[in-house]
Design a protein around this ligand. Sequence first.
Ligand code: AMP
Length: 309
Amino acid sequence: MSILVVGSVALDSIQTPFGRVKEALGGTATYFSIAATLYAPVKLVGVVGTDFPQEHIDFLKERGVDLKGLQMARGKTFRWSARYDYDLGAAETLDTQLNVFASFHPQLPEEYRASNYVFLANIDPHLQLEVLEQVRNPRLVVLDTMNYWINYKKGALTEAMKAVDIVMINETEARQYAKTFSLVRATRKILSLGPRAVVVKKGEYGAAMFCANEDPRAAFFFAPAYPLEKISDPTGAGDSFAGGFMGYIAQQGDCSDECLKRAIVHGSVVASFAVEGFGVDRLRNLTREEIKGRYQEFKHFTHFEPLEA
Ligand code: AMP
């Protein structure tokens, strides 16, 4: 079953203590698509400028990403540049050039409208709402966001959150949105808007799912991050996580809580590979066998026995 994603397709310039890249293939929809196609077909909605290299289009097509929804507009492609310090937890944005993104409005080709699984990657919440107006009866809609929209478009973001099944957000942003330190309170506030679950990304500390359930055994699920020795570039970790998460759900065709928990582990596995290389490099040659292997490792190092009677 295929997945629809709307988000940015970008040229990223990144510096980390371990190297740098200039105008490399990036963007939230790009990372998501490359990750999710390891599991299920992906239809991409976004925009690039006339300067976008053909080799990136060819790569995404070869990967099986449906690009009928990718508009090519007159002008330059969205560009983002950022640097990370030894604490790879947060990117310092050096420059954002919206370019063709500034006047972008998503237009779904007719055959995209019946998509069952929809990922609204981190973009203006008004655009996320425009996509939702165009899809018919999706089974699962997941939304991601960032601090910028919480600061400047909180009203529209709240409307978008009301319309989705799962909100994916990092822990600092969850606290910022709800104006509280407690993640339990912050996620409860988001859950009160209507989503059935909030997935909180905690970088090197993993991910947690908070569900609207009075029983604590059904309200929380936690997965650690894979203990990596080498990290090259954390860019796209969140979108790769989302790609593994939604890819697995779409592949299984199962939206149960138990499937969502396994999907969180898949998201963690794919993100752990993504950050090993610069940009999308490691995802390019990642195999399903490697994913299975690391999934099994997760199973071992998070398993413990019940208390003895
Ligand atoms: P992540 O590291 O998962 O938060 O996402 C990194 C990606 O987000 C990069 O490839 C950027 O091109 C993209 N990005 C950065 N800022 C924005 C923005 N304001 N809107 C859309 N995409 C962005």
